[in-house]
Design a protein around this ligand. Structure first.
Ligand code: ZZB
Length: 279
C-alpha cells in the first residue's frame, strides 16, 4: 500500500495543552540543536484533499514517538511501527538517500501517549485554516499507516462524524481537554464537486444515510466506499491550482508537487516481511 505522509508542523502550545511539558521541551531541544521542526505525519491515500483539512486525529490511548529523520533533519511523530517502516525506505531513491542514516535503525527522542498530543496547534499544508488542532478519534488503528490521521470532513465520512460529535458534545470534548475554540471555528471546506453528491460528498452521504454516530458502522462503511469511488472517478476539484480538473488527473500532480516542495513524502506500508535495501 502506497501512502503519502503529510507533514503537519507542531506549533508552540498556546493554551492548556502539553500538560506534561514534553512538547515544550522537545521544541526547545530542536531549537538548541538547530533541527528543522517537529511534525505529526498522518498517512493518507488522498493527498488532493489536503485543501479541506480542519484538524488532525490521534488515538488517545495510542503510543506515539518523536523520531529523528536524518534525511530531512526533522522529527516525525508517529507509531513505532511506522518509524521502523520508514527507516527501511528510501527518501530519495535516485540518490540513494534513506530516511534514517542507518537502515532499520530508529532514533526516538520522546514518547507521547495520544492524549498528550491532544489540542496541540498545527500548521497543515494546503489547509485554508492557518492553524488546526489535534483531536481524539477512537476508531484509529495503530496497526495502519502512522496511527495519525488528518481530517477532511468534506470528503471523509469518518472525519465528518467525529468532528461533528466533538462540536455537538462539548462535555465529551472537554474530557479530552478539547475546548470549543479548537472545534467550533472549523467548518467543512468544500473542495471536490461530484455530480449528484454536491461539493461535500461526505456530508451528503452522512445526511442521506442518516448517519449520526460511529455506531452506524455498516452505513459508515457504505458512505466511505461510495465517496471514495465517486470522488476519484467523477470528482472535479473546486479549489487550488487544479480547480476545474478531474480528481483522477489532479491527484498525481498534487502529490508530486507536495513531495517536491518537502510538504509530503511517500510511505509504503510495511508488510510482514521487510524488504532488503539491496533488492
Ligand atoms: C485524508 C482523507 C481524505 C482520507 C478523504 C480519506 C478520505 P483505507 O482505505 O482504509 O486504507 N487513515 C489512515 N490511517 C488510518 C488509521 N491508522 N486508522 C484509521 N484511519 C486511517 O483508509 C485510508 C484512509 O483512512 C486515509 O486517507 C486516512 O484518511 C485514514 F477524503 O486521509 B484519509 C472516503 C475516504 N475519504
Amino acid at each position: 500500500q502506497e501512502y503519502v505522509l503529510i507533514k503537519l508542523e507542531v506549533l508552540p502550545p498556546d493554551h492548556g495543552q502539553d500538560r506534561h511539558g514534553k512538547m515544550e521541551r522537545l521544541l526547545k531541544r530542536i531549537e538548541d540543536e538547530g533541527k528543522r521542526g517537529v511534525y505529526l505525519v498522518p498517512a493518507t491515500l488522498r493527498p488532493e484533499t489536503m485543501y479541506g483539512q480542519t484538524n488532525c486525529f490521534v488515538l488517545p490511548d495510542g503510543e506515539y514517538g518523536a523520531y529523528y529523520i536524518d534525511a530531512t533533519d526533522e522529527l516525525f511523530i508517529m507509531s513505532e511501527r511506522a518509524a521502523r517502516g520508514l527507516s527501511c525506505q528510501a527518501y530519495d531513491a535516485a540518490n540513494d538517500v534513506y530516511f534514517t542514516k542507518e537502515f532499520g535503525k530508529i532514533d526516538k527522542w520522546e514518547t507521547f501517549s495520544g492524549d498528550e498530543l491532544l489540542g496541540l496547534p498545527l500548521k497543515a499544508p494546503h489547509a485554508t485554516y492557518e492553524r488546526v488542532y489535534t483531536l481524539p478519534l477512537l476508531t484509529i488503528s495503530m496497526g495502519k499507516g502512522t496511527g495519525v490521521v488528518t481530517s477532511v470532513p468534506s470528503d471523509a465520512p469518518d472525519d465528518y462524524v467525529a468532528l461533528k460529535a466533538l462540536k455537538d458534545k462539548p462535555d465529551f470534548a472537554a474530557k479530552y481537554g478539547i475546548t470549543p475554540d479548537m472545534v467550533d471555528p472549523f467548518e467543512v471546506v468544500p473542495i471536490i464537486s461530484i455530480e449528484g453528491y454536491g461539493d461535500a460528498s461526505a456530508v451528503f452521504m452522512c445526511e442521506k444515510l442518516g448517519i449520526t454516530s460511529f455506531n452506524d458502522k455498516a452505513k459508515l462503511a457504505q458512505a466511505k466506499d461510495e465517496t471514495y469511488l465517486k470522488g476519484f472517478t467523477t470528482g472535479i476539484m473546486t479549489v487550488g491550482p487544479y480547480s476545474g480538473k478531474k480528481v483522477s488527473e489532479a491527484k498525481p500532480l498534487i502529490k508530486d508537487e507536495m513531495i517536491a516542495a518537502g510538504k509530503a513524502h511517500l510511505y509504503f506500508e510495511p508488510e510482514s516481511k521487510v524488504v532488503s535495501r539491496t533488492n
